[in-house]
Structures are given as structure tokens and as C-alpha cells.
Design a protein around this ligand. Sequence first.
Ligand code: EZ4
Ligand code: CO
Length: 416
Amino acid sequence: MLIEKAEVLVSSPGRNFVTLRITTDDGVTGLGDATLNGRELAVAAYLREHVVPLLVGRDAHRIEDTWQYLYRGAYWRRGPVTMASIAAVDTALWDIKAKVAGLPLYQLLGGRSRNGLLVYGHASGAELPELFDSIREHQDEGYRAIRVQTGIPGLPSVYGVASSANARAGADAGTDERYDYEPARRNAVPVEESWDTRAYLRHIPGVFEAVRNEFGPELPLLHDGHHRLTPIQAAKLGKSLEPYDLFWLEDVTPAENQDALRLVRQHTTTPLAIGEVFNTIWDYKTLIEEQLIDYVRSPITHAGGITGLRRIFDYASVYQIKSGIHGPTDVSPVGLAAAIHLGLAIPNFGIQEYMQHAPATHDVFHTTYSFAGGMLDASEEPGLGVSYDDEAAASFPYEAAYLPVNRLLDGSMHDW
Ligand code: EZ4
Ligand code: CO
């Protein structure tokens, strides 16, 4: 079974997505997600110019060999553009293999280890009353675990806080509003936000105290620090949140420095999750071997596909570290479906992030996975169970959109 064609599909149904579709000589197709928020066209070019020509004529069944060929064979290894491209090829080939077998993909990954995937959703509010409403709305939709993000006094806009109108309705293309729940905006250049770490550290513990008082001790709560703290600030935050029993505290320090987590770990028992911007197993080496984290956050889309991420999870499982796959709306329904299949099969599943895609996204990506009772599950359709509607995609052309950048109050650039 040879690869006959590979198409790079760029569309913007609710937000920008890059999708790879591989077709074999006997007409079987597979999909892979290669969306890299704010750098979409770099991945599309990498795929079109440097990967697609290498794929045509290869044996579609040789998934591991193709992965090694694209990883080792590039000479210039790793990085989000390369690894998102490899991820798309890998996912599309798994989709094809499962379709040929006539089985849902999770069956090829070892079969079902659980009935479904516990997910968490994103509640947010500028102030406590709005946050409480958002938590209740999520509970009403079935969510059984909730990420909590709030406004910070003195800062006009803060990561993770959706404007309430958009959080309910989703944003329309071309408006000045937030871009499909997420912080990226359709704009030729990134918007600038401001940041004050001391104000954040003063405010957040009181927010969690209020949420626990309102919602009780059982509800699993999560929080995302979004890479903004120094190690000692992160240690202080983890310690100050201990009374509120978080499920996890995410991305407390900038992700490049694995050693930073050593200091954080020495000071707090709050569970730590990291890795949504990591793309290979090497980014986790110190963190996993020294047991400095509790959850691995990379998505299939950015960490070399099912082949790349499964290897990271196997390594993590040796140290009782679990999965916490990134599931924002900037991972396409193809990337999410792949995460669901992998999450059903692995022994060390932790939790799956789930932000629901906009209706326009589902006009292009027809999905078969289900969300009920706070759990995601794959369908029994062979492969990933997602198809791509070219006709619908034609009415959603790419439009530049960027994540914001952050400045401290004195104007210095800071991590966003
Ligand atoms: O900012 O996916 O945990 N989720 C996150 C996301 C990221 C975006 C970046 O593209 O941190 O909201
Ligand atoms: Co995050």
C-alpha cells in the first residue's frame, strides 16, 4: 500500500487549522493535524516543500520507519514546526492503518483500558461572580473537573479569561472579539497585554479559597500559570495553593529550563503539569527521571504524533507520571480525536483537556467522538473517526491571527 498523494489543507473555520490528508494508491485516506497557533503557514510550507515530496511512493504501513526517516533524516531535529509536521504524517498513517484494519484506532494501540476519558473544561471570569457562573455552566454541561482562571486587579486583560459573551457564543471571524474562546486574535500583528507577577501572586490564593468555599472540597480544580513565574515565585504559588487541593498547577515556569522545576518541587506538594509547548521526549528527560512533574501536557499535534507521544507516556509511566494532553481549540478535531484514541489505550491516563470547538469548525471537521457525563469517548468507526469537508472548508480561507505578547508594567517584554 503506497502513498499516492499528500495534501496540505489550510482553512479557518472559527480559527486557522493546518491539516494533512494522505491518500494511498488504493484510495484510503488518513488525516493528521499540523496546526501551530500563530505560525500555521510555517508548518504548511515545511510540509508542502520538504515533507510531501518525500512521502509519495513510500509504504503507508511503515509508520515507525517514516517517523524515524523524517526525524533523523532531517538532520535539523526537533522544534515545533518539524515536530508538528511529523505529527501530521504519523497521525494520518495511523488513521489509514486503522481504516485498513477496519478498527477504531484505539484497538491498534492495545485496545480500551477505560470506559472513557475524564476531561476538564475552562471556567473563567474577570470577577468572582462571573467565574462562579462559568463554573456552574460547565457543571451543567457535564464537566466534572474545572480549570479556574480569573482577572487580576490592575491588569486590563489576563490569559485564560474569555469575555463572557464570547465564552458562550464563540467569536465570529473578522470581529475585534476573542478568536474562538482562545486568546489569539485575527490581526496582522499580536496584541499586547500587560503583566504584574506580584499582583497575580497576591490575588490567586483568595480566588481558590472562594471557589472551594462555594463549590466544596470534591470538585477537581486546575490552574494554568502560563509560564510566567521564576522558580521561587512558582514555589510560593504552589505552597500558597496547597490548602485548596488542586488537581494540578500547570506551566508555572518558562518551559525551556527543566532544572527550574527542581526548586519548585522542593517547596510544594501541589501536583505539577507541564509540556504543552514541548515537542520531544528530550524536553521531558530531567523532569521525568527526577520525578519533578506529575502530568505530561504535550498534544499529539506538537509532539511527533501518536508515535512520539506514546513513547513519552511509556517513559513517564515508569515514574508514575500520567497524561494530561493539551486540548485547546487550536488543536483541531483531528488532533483531539487522536488524543482520545491514545488516551483510551494507555495505562497511565490522567485527564484530558477539552475546550469545545466552534460550530464552524465542525462544519469542516465531521467528528464521531462523543462527550457525555464529563467524559470523552471515541466512536467505533474505523480509523480516527474524523472526515474533512473540502467544500465547507472553501468558504473559510486562512486569515492571520496571533497569540498576544506580554509586557511588564515598565514596558519590558515578558513571557506570555
Ligand atoms: O495558550 O493553546 O492550557 N492551555 C493553554 C492554551 C494555550 C494555547 C496556545 O496556542 O495554555 O490556552
Ligand atoms: Co496551558
